[in-house]
Write a protein that binds this ligand. Structure first.
Ligand SMILES: [Zn+2]
Length: 224
């Protein structure tokens, strides 16, 4: 009797393993087909691929916000479980900062910029709590932006979080339309023909320009 049960179980298990293998094979074939299809789109019509990517990102963002509590819980659980990843990211970030640091963005300078800023450089919302003020690299460090006064603005937590790793161009797309003009003017002031900061090495005038960027630039009229 015992023999019979053992045999039946063994057979059952073999059957299950075979089914699992088959499922994995089908899965692999399915994903390979998808990947092939995707690669073909990327190669033949990159603009369509870009649209698909953007659509997918928009869906993810929508899901994230509709399930905010859950998404946050999920991401903090993930971070806690993958601390070595977070440390690596931090090291990469620090390395980028060091590599592009031109010496203008010292701790006292950052403190001063934060003290001077009364409104977010992007959304123009007044800062209520000092703790809200964050520094943002206009051209993100991950896109080769410098860790310098020219590249840094004082912004609110919300804008900083939303901008994250976007390129400045993508950020102009993402930012609310009524703030687009100001964000563009701010960029032009630092990097465009209007901004002389990069030609001027005198830290004094840099301080002036950055202070303008962080505070008065917010009153540049929107024309976007
Ligand atoms: Zn803001």
């Amino acid at each position: 009797m015992g023999d019979y049960v053992r045999k039946a179980e063994r057979e059952h298990r073999a059957l299950m393993l075979r089914a699992d293998r088959e499922a994995r094979r089908v899965q692999r074939r399915y994903f390979n087909a998808l990947l092939l299809k995707w690669n073909r789109i990327v190669l033949t019509s990159p603009e369509v691929a870009e649209e698909i990517r953007e659509e997918h990102a928009a869906q993810s963002r929508k899901y994230y916000h509709q399930n905010l509590q859950r998404s946050r819980r999920k991401s903090s659980t993930y971070k806690a479980a993958h601390q070595e990843g977070a440390i690596l990211c931090q090291e990469i970030r620090t390395g980028r900062m060091k590599a592009t640091d031109d010496g203008t963005l010292t701790v006292p300078v950052v403190r001063k910029l934060k003290a001077q800023a009364s409104r977010c450089a992007y959304c123009d919302n007044p800062f209520v709590l000092a703790g809200e003020k964050q520094t943002d690299h206009m051209i993100a460090l991950c896109h080769g932006g410098e860790h310098s006064m020219r590249n840094v603005v004082i912004v609110c937590r919300r804008c900083n979080g939303r901008k994250a790793r976007l390129t400045y161009e993508q950020w102009l797309d993402r930012i609310e339309p009524q703030h687009r003009g100001r964000a563009l003017a701010l960029f032009n002031m630092r990097y465009g023909l209007g901004g002389k900061a990069h030609q001027d090495d005198a830290v004094g005038s840099l301080v002036e320009l950055v202070a303008v960027g962080a505070t008065q630039a917010n009153s540049v009229p929107t024309w976007g």
